[in-house]
Design a protein around this ligand. Structure first.
Ligand code: ASP
Length: 449
């Protein structure tokens, strides 16, 4: 049994849904289908989920939201008309919106229930379309499918009880179409995952039914070893491990939602990324373990928007609890940190800039001065991180040498470096303005020969 998830661009229009139906029809193992809400049809287009969020915000501010309702209904009408389907879903969308705004839910729950309408309606449309083509197909609400989540609107987490329930889907003979992006709490309240969360649903369903393969259909042929907006025509990655994918998506590979792989990973389900517009292409397969490849490095990722909080104090290494007290100040201020490279008398804490607005920044610095009595504390902004990723780096000699030569050639100063003992990745901090030059030079060293 295969679970196939189709992303926003794959279900953005009637033309795309025709391709989706053909893909489903071509392989009778594709029996559980998870869908996103219609995404962008062209660059300036708006995703249905963004329209729903705008609708919710207008409603919460007591403004008219009719325009957004009409835009959403129009997007679906175009699809149902072109696919010659009934227009039931159009009145259901209006009704769903009315039901939510008239309910006694909290604002947060209302927002989640509105956001879910995109996926929910699309799943209904797709299953009707599959039936119209002669396939036996059923729309399945996530509650019926068994997707039970924590009570955290907008960032729900799957609960373990779900998987046993989802397993029962194996007994069905029809093709089930499940809307992605949301589940239900134990009390039966709808809660969505974080943005991009249809990937999470796909991975949960794949783990639940113990699928032979989780296929994630998107609009790229495969995962590239580096961001194609930085390096032209980069090499494609044919296979990589879960760990490698996790490290790459952490640092800016936007192919996958970074939580998405966890359920599939825990259940050892292979994941394949494929292109709806070119389904016969090889794609990229993500597995628990793979055979060693010639190149120890599989990809290079980079992300901007970090800062380094630098603290130094003579004899810091002997001061018991210094690191803990420093991190405790951050915890107290609800700031999550990313990395902590350290020296004998100094420590840097790497933080996403979005975590430290100006007022918090001043308070944190003052608290460090008052509570830790450092010799120096300062913040360096506009930092970008570059990750060189590959399980094969473990025990391969000379990787750091290649990296530093590449930085040297590109005339880029390394502000900071970090390599964990797992040796799956090496991380470098550079100035944001130099990150693309650094990545291009690294690509040349590792892939372009
Ligand atoms: N439609 C949701 C979003 O745009 C979830 C998804 O597409 O994965 O975030």
């Amino acid at each position: 049994m295969k679970v196939a998830k189709f992303g926003g661009s794959s279900v953005a229009s009637a033309e795309q849904l025709r391709k989706v139906a053909t893909i489903i029809q071509e392989d009778s193992d594709r029996r559980a289908i998870v869908v996103s809400a219609p995404g962008k049809r062209f660059d300036e287009d708006t995703k249905v989920t963004d329209l729903l969020i705008a609708l919710g915000e207008a409603y919460l501010q007591n403004q008219s939201y009719e325009e957004q309702v009409e835009q959403i209904v129009d997007r679906f009408k175009e699809i149902t008309t072109k696919l010659e389907l009934s227009d039931n879903v159009l009145s259901e969308i209006r009704q769903d919106v009315t039901n939510v705004v008239e309910s006694d839910y909290s604002d947060e729950l209302k927002m989640d229930a509105l956001k879910a309408i995109g996926e929910d309606s699309l799943a209904k449309v797709l299953s009707e379309y599959l039936r119209s083509l002669g396939m036996e197909s059923t729309y399945l609400n996530p509650q019926e499918a068994g997707i039970i989540v924590s009570d955290d609107p907008g960032s729900a987490q799957i609960l373990d009880d779900s998987f046993k329930k989802i397993y029962r889907l194996r007994e069905r003979d029809d093709i089930v179409v499940i809307p992605g992006f949301f589940g239900y709490t134990k009390e039966g309240k709808l809660a969505t995952f974080s943005r991009g969360g249809s990937d999470i649903t796909g991975s949960i369903v794949a783990a639940g039914v113990n699928a032979d393969l989780y296929e994630n259909f998107t609009d790229v042929d495969s995962v590239y070893c580096v961001n194609p907006t930085i390096v032209e025509n980069p090499k494609e990655i044919t296979s990589l491990t879960y760990k490698e994918m996790r490290e790459l998506s952490y640092a800016g590979f936007s192919v996958f939602h970074d939580e998405a792989l966890i359920p599939a990973f825990k259940a050892s389900i292979p994941v394949c990324i494929k292109n709806t517009n070119n389904p016969n292409g090889l794609g990229t397969i993500i597995v628990a373990e793979k055979e060693t490849q010639e190149n120890p490095v599989v990809g290079i990722a980079s992300d901007k928007g970090f800062l380094s909080l630098y603290v130094s104090k003579y004899l810091m290494n002997r001061e018991l609890g210094f690191g803990r007290r420093l991190l405790h100040i951050l915890e107290d201020e609800c700031i999550s940190f990313e990395h902590t490279p350290s020296g004998i008398d100094d420590i840097s804490v790497i933080i996403r800039e979005s975590q430290l607005p100006q007022d918090k920044e001043e308070r944190v610095i003052q608290r460090i001065k008052d509570e830790l009595d450092p010799d120096m504390v300062h913040i360096e902004k506009d930092l970008a991180l570059i990750m060189i990723v590959g399980e094969g780096m473990d025990n391969t000699i000379g990787i750091a040498d290649k990296v530093t030569h590449a930085f040297n050639r590109a005339n880029v100063n390394i502000e900071m470096m970090n390599q964990g003992s797992s040796e799956v990745s090496m991380m470098f901090g550079v100035k944001e303005s130099r990150v693309d030059a650094a990545v291009q030079a690294l690509y040349q060293s590792f892939f372009d020969h």
